[in-house]
Write a protein that binds this ligand. Sequence first.
Ligand code: ATP
Ligand code: MG
Length: 420
Amino acid sequence: MSKKIASIRGMNDILPTDTPLWQWFENKVATLLQRYSYSEIRTPIVEQTDLFRRSIGEVTDIVEKEMYTFEDRNGDSLTLRPEGTASCVRAAEQHGLLYNQIQRLWYKGPMFRHERPQAGRYRQFHQIGVEAFGMATPDIDAELILLSRRLWQELGLEQQVVLQLNTLGSLEDRAKYRAALVEFLNQHRDDLDEDSQRRIERNPLRVLDSKNPQTQEILGDAPELVDYLSEESAAHFNQLKALLDAAGLSYEVNPRLVRGLDYYSHTVFEWVTDALGAQGTVCAGGRYDGLVEQLGGRATPAVGFAMGMERLILLLEQQTLAINNAPHVYVVADDPQASILLAEQLRTDNPQLRVLTHCGGGSFKSQLRRADRSGAQVALIIGAEEAASNSVTVKPLREHNEQTTVPQTQVAAELAKYLA
Ligand code: ATP
Ligand code: MG
């Protein structure tokens, strides 16, 4: 036998036993986004490497060490997308969707990052992202956050997640703060972890995000960005908080929340859970007013978020959800023509009905065993007698009722008794 080939580490198959939950979740999100008037956009999973370098930032975990970058046959540097915002901006700009327009967009799909695989952290994972362009005021920040809250409610997860909120101010606010922070970090340089030392000059805000406990302890005394906000930036943040308060949404202001990507300004937020161990952030986002211009477009305010689908699925798996995609009926017959035609007729008569036709031959006994294993409520049987009299035997598989034989024309009515 030849050697079997397995999937790539950190890239998972989603098997038929798991896809019903994924589909249920995806349908909930798609329906909700439609209720908020967001439109879906689909972009390629491969882009020019520069797109991510220029948007995410050179001194970030993603660009420094996580991207799947390769040369294609023409010698161009391409990258499997590590996130969706950059592609979304690229596509919207390329097709003129941002010119003097307001856009509410969303996307869904696989993302790729070369990280150490563990529960809730994979090399191919999936995100659903939501982006709103052309609105500078905090009402849209609030809309996005309220949309995400409604999603948790619809998924039955609202008890599991809390909202952490912060503001990064404007570019100018951050420049002032940066100077103060760098001074502080330099005073403690020798006690910081290596990554943080390296980031002092190039991207000091990211030090706040360090997962190193000793670094975190030192940061307890670090200057805080709130003290460097302009009046305008403070007003944006205060208005957002007031809107969330008015909508009865509680949140925690976390001054250390900076997010791992360079393009954020003003609002940043994360929905976090303590039910998933270290991988606690299920949804993260914020405002990125500078990004469109940074990628060559006209200055366009923007705000968005992305949720990690695997982490949300892990949370959903902890709930007891009754998702039943089993067939309603299983069609059994001696003669394949009889079963195929009956099944086709049932699908024509009732588009809601899930019909599984026995194929592949076998005795009645083995066909009925499969009918039982399929999870179907009812088996429909056409044996020699039924075929001769144009009738069908309806055999309940989950209730202790007797089976009955009815004319083919009455099958639908008989089925209705079992399929409320
Ligand atoms: P983390 O701090 O956990 O690495 P991040 O800041 O890199 O997260 P984002 O780029 O903000 O993550 O992505 C948004 C969401 O996508 C995350 O909150 C998380 O739910 C999910 N996510 C990110 N990276 C992964 C991964 N490697 N595997 C699974 N989900 C991920
Ligand atoms: Mg990360």
